[in-house]
Design a protein. Structure first.
Length: 401
C-alpha cells in the first residue's frame, strides 16, 4: 500500500528527516506525556509492559512518517496499526481514545516541524505541504486501526455466538451434559446460570425466521435469551421465565409469530420444556390448540391427553357414538355446535356469535344434541371427555383440508 503525497524531493530535503530522526526520543516522550495527561485510558503508571507498548506504537508512527518523507512512493504496511486497533477491541474500548491519541501525536509533530522550519530554511509552501502530509498520514493510520478494530470485534462476536450455540446444544442434549461442563461453557459465553428456564418452540414452516409478517424483522431479544433461530426447528431458551418483565418481553418480541412457550423448569430439564413446547406447537398446527403464541401452562390438560392418540381415538369412538348414524354434514354441524357450547359457554347467543349463525339455529341444534345425549351432557366428566373427543375430531378434519 503506497501513501500518496504532494511533497516533492525539492520541497522535503533529506536533512528534514535527518533532523527529525535525531529528536525522535524527545518527540516520543512529549507525545506519550501528552497522551497520558489528556487520555485517562492510557495512563497506567504501574504497568511497565503497557508503557512499552504505547512507546512502540508512537515510535512506529513517527518512523513511518519519516520513511514516507524520504521515500514518498514506497509501500506502507498498515498491519502494525491494524494490530493496535485489535488491541483496542481486546481492551473493550471504542476507537475514540485512540483517535484522540493520534490527533495529539499529530499536534506535537506539527509543533516540532514549525520549530525547525526556520533553521532549515523551509519555505511556507514546503511547511504547508509537510503539515498536509502529516494529516493525510494520520487518516491512513486511523483507517488501518479501524480495520483491525472491526476485524477483532467481528471475530469476538463470532466466537461468542459459537459458544452460545454450543451452550444451547448442551442445555438441550439428552442426557444433559455434566453441570460442570455447562457452568464452564456458560461462563465462557458470558451467560449467567439461572435457576429456571422456559424453552420456546417457533413455527418456521413458512420460512423467514427472522422476519415478521409484512417484512418487519423480529425485535432484538435480550442478551440473556439463548436463541437458536438458525436451527431447522427454531427455538429459544429464556432464563427465569417468571421474573419481572419476562412475560411482557416475550409477548413483544414474538408478536405476530406462531410458537409455544414451554413450562418453566429447572435448568437441567430444559430439554423437557422444549419437548412440551414442540408438542404444543404441533397441536396448534393441527388446530387442536389455538394458533399464535400459546403457553403450555394454559393447555396442560390437552397436552397430557394427546400424549396417547390411540387412547384419544378410542375415547372419540365412545363419546361420539350418538352422532355416528347421522349424515356427514349433520355430524359436522352438530359436532361444531357442541364443541363451541362446551368451550365458550352454554348460552345460545354466545355460541351463535362464535359460529356466525342465528341463535335460533343454535337452539335447534342444541335440542337435537339433548335428544342424542340425554342426561350425559349434565355430567362434568362426560363434558370433559366430549371436548377432548371433539377437539381430536376437529384436528383430523383440519389436517385433511
Amino acid at each position: 500500500m503506497a501513501i500518496k503525497s504532494d511533497i516533492s524531493e525539492s520541497r522535503t530535503p533529506a536533512d528534514i528527516a535527518k533532523t527529525l530522526r535525531s529528536g525522535i526520543g524527545r518527540v516520543c516522550d512529549e507525545v506519550i506525556k501528552e497522551i497520558r495527561t489528556r487520555i485517562p485510558e492510557y495512563d497506567r503508571p504501574d504497568d511497565e509492559l503497557y508503557i512499552k507498548v504505547v512507546r512502540m506504537a508512537v515510535e512506529q508512527a513517527i518512523e513511518g512518517f519519516l520513511d514516507h518523507i524520504e521515500r514518498p512512493g514506497a509501500p506502507w504496511d498498515p498491519e502494525p496499526f491494524r494490530m493496535i486497533g485489535r488491541g483496542e477491541a481486546a481492551e473493550g474500548r471504542n476507537l475514540e481514545p485512540l483517535q484522540t491519541a493520534m490527533r495529539l501525536g499529530a499536534r506535537v509533530g506539527w509543533r516540532r516541524l514549525t520549530e525547525i522550519a526556520g533553521p532549515l530554511g523551509l519555505s511556507p509552501q514546503s511547511l504547508y505541504d509537510l503539515g498536509e502530509a502529516i494529516f493525510v498520514y494520520l487518516d491512513q493510520l486511523a483507517d488501518a486501526a479501524a480495520e483491525g478494530f472491526e476485524e477483532a470485534r467481528a471475530r469476538a462476536a463470532g466466537e461468542m455466538e459459537r459458544r452460545r450455540n454450543r451452550l444451547l446444544d448442551l442445555l438441550l442434549s439428552q442426557p444433559l451434559a455434566s453441570p460442570e461442563a455447562v457452568a464452564d461453557l456458560a461462563k465462557a459465553a458470558g451467560w449467567r446460570l439461572p435457576r429456571t428456564v422456559a424453552c420456546v418452540a417457533l413455527d418456521d414452516q413458512h420460512g423467514g425466521h427472522r422476519a415478521r409478517p409484512g417484512g418487519q424483522r423480529m425485535p432484538a431479544l435480550p442478551p440473556d435469551v439463548l436463541a437458536g433461530l438458525e436451527r431447522p426447528a427454531p427455538c429459544l431458551v429464556v432464563p427465569d421465565p417468571s421474573g419481572p418483565g419476562q412475560a411482557q418481553m416475550l409477548e413483544q418480541a414474538l408478536r405476530g409469530r406462531c410458537g409455544a412457550i414451554g413450562p418453566g423448569v429447572p435448568l437441567a430439564a430444559a430439554a423437557t420444556s422444549l419437548r412440551w413446547a414442540r408438542e404444543a406447537l404441533e397441536l396448534s398446527r393441527r388446530d387442536v390448540l389455538p394458533r399464535g403464541l400459546l403457553r403450555c401452562e394454559d393447555h396442560m390438560a390437552m397436552l397430557v391427553v394427546f400424549k396417547d392418540e390411540e387412547l384419544v381415538s378410542a375415547l372419540a369412538e365412545v363419546r361420539l357414538a350418538p352422532l355416528a348414524h347421522l349424515r356427514p354434514t349433520q355430524q359436522d354441524r352438530l359436532a361444531e355446535t357442541l364443541l363451541a357450547w362446551l368451550r365458550h359457554g352454554r348460552g345460545a347467543g354466545e355460541v351463535a356469535a362464535r359460529l356466525h349463525v342465528h341463535p335460533q339455529t343454535v337452539r335447534y341444534r342444541l335440542r337435537q344434541l339433548e335428544e342424542l345425549y340425554g342426561d350425559q351432557l349434565a355430567d362434568p366428566d362426560v363434558r370433559f371427555e366430549l371436548e377432548i373427543a371433539l377437539r381430536a375430531r376437529q384436528a383430523v378434519i383440519g389436517s385433511r383440508r
